[in-house]
Design a binder for this molecule. Structure first.
Ligand code: HEM
Length: 383
């Protein structure tokens, strides 16, 4: 298709602010952390884990907060759970979940792509992947809402309280399994509970909880936000809907990656300097923290001549939506599969347009994408 070009559509779109920073020297945010917005700087930081450690939190974060050998071991133990070949069995279940959701929207109806579609699908898809019971859905949906609100507030105590609530949900699930399922593993969560370190020690309860927190943190919130961004883009680029409806998986996935590059809802990750170093001419002392702003790096005009221009093939190699370096997202195949299955189900049944009577609402940093994308759905073929 032709390269569609639109400006940032909303005055409160944080991307407008990020776009202004690419030619500035490194600046600090309100928390005193250096903000990394240039593509080259982001890649330099995340591919040099000796200089820029991921151990930024006092809480255990497996694998996110680990460095060096411990991080390598964690990835070796955990990546197989997310490998593409492990996901083929999941696809028909995801298709059933997505199709039920797409079919449940009557012709001509209005729908919020984030709250009413992406969030619900994310919880159901993830529960299917992990083998969690469906009656946990209301609790997880409420948690997602509160988690976003806490992240938005920037209040550490509130964020910690929400994290504790999530840990409590997981502890409950695990203890139930310990009592009821002493035998061979019945699902992926059972399998995770039986993983052993290379020296033969079983993963501790705190490690299992942390892994599940990081998997679900990556999956639930991000997937709902990705759904909002992708369906917004498709609603405003109807010609791409026609192109994708029959597209092969590879082309479909490339389109999803490129839409997410233009409007990356997974905004940031942190690092901490371990030694004296210099980034973009700025001296950085050991102990100083940096925030890698993926959304900004994915729109750096030094790399993407027209950052808002849709060009899946040309931009694929530089796309940083799933990160780079040793901490690159292990969940990419799962996220892409989940998103593709949902968007295909929606496109198979509906023509997607923005609701002319409502306004999409942007999220604000550190959350990205949209809080709300009101859609108007017509049966496909009627237009
Ligand atoms: C939905 C879209 C997703 C996006 C845009 C995304 C993006 C990212 C990015 C940018 C990183 C790099 C973090 C860093 O360098 O510090 C990352 C890491 C990670 N992601 Fe994802 N992710 C997504 C979905 C998922 C899913 C579905 C899972 C698992 C179920 C997942 C699990 C993780 C984990 C565990 C890490 C940490 C890896 C490490 O530190 O070695 N993500 N993700």
């Amino acid at each position: 298709m032709s390269q569609a070009t639109t400006g940032c559509p909303y005055a409160n779109d944080p991307r407008t602010r990020y776009d202004a920073l690419h030619h500035e020297p490194l600046t600090r945010n309100d928390n005193g952390r250096w903000v990394v917005v240039r593509h080259a700087d982001a890649v330099a930081v995340v591919t040099d884990p000796e200089t820029f450690s991921s151990h930024v939190s006092r809480f255990l974060q497996v694998p996110n907060g680990l460095d060096g050998a411990a991080h390598r071991e964690a990835r070796e133990l955990l990546d197989p759970f997310l490998a593409p070949e492990r996901l083929t069995g999941l696809e028909p279940t995801l298709e059933r979940i997505a199709d039920q959701l797409a079919a449940s929207v009557p012709a001509g109806s209005r729908l919020d792509a984030v709250g009413e579609l992406g969030s619900v699908y994310a919880v159901r898809a993830q529960s299917a992947w992990l083998g969690w019971p469906s009656d946990i859905e209301p609790e997880l949906l409420a948690w997602m809402e509160d988690n976003h609100a806490a992240t938005r507030s920037g209040e550490l105590e509130r964020t910690a309280a929400v994290a504790h609530r999530f840990d409590a949900i997981i502890h409950r699930l695990l203890s139930f399994r310990r009592i009821r399922r002493p035998g061979p593993p019945e699902d992926l969560t059972d399998e995770l509970m039986r993983v052993k370190h290379h020296d033969g020690r079983p993963l501790g309860e705190d490690e299992i909880v942390s892994v599940l927190r990081n998997w679900t943190g990556g999956d639930l919130g991000s997937l709902a936000l990705c759904t909002g961004v992708v369906l917004y883009w498709l609603a405003t680029h109807p010609e791409l809907q026609d192109e994708l409806v029959d597209a092969a998986n590879d082309s479909f996935d490339a389109a999803l990656d490129e839409i997410l590059r233009i409007d990356d809802p997974f905004v940031s990750n942190r690092r901490v300097a371990t030694v004296d170093t210099v980034l973009n001419g700025q001296p950085i002392a050991p102990g100083e923290q940096l925030v890698i702003n993926w959304t900004a790096a994915n729109r750096d005009p030094a790399v993407f001549a027209d950052p808002e221009g849709y060009a899946p093939e040309a931009n694929a190699a530089k796309n940083l939506v799933y990160g780079a370096g040793p901490h690159v997202c292990p969940g990419r195949a799962l996220a892409t599969l989940e998103l593709r299955v949902l968007v295909r189900a929606m496109l198979g049944r509906h023509r997607i347009a923005l609701d002319p009577e409502a306004v999409p609402e942007r999220e604000q940093p550190p959350v990205g994408g949209f809080h709300r994308v009101p859609l108007l759905l017509d049966p496909r073929g009627r237009s």
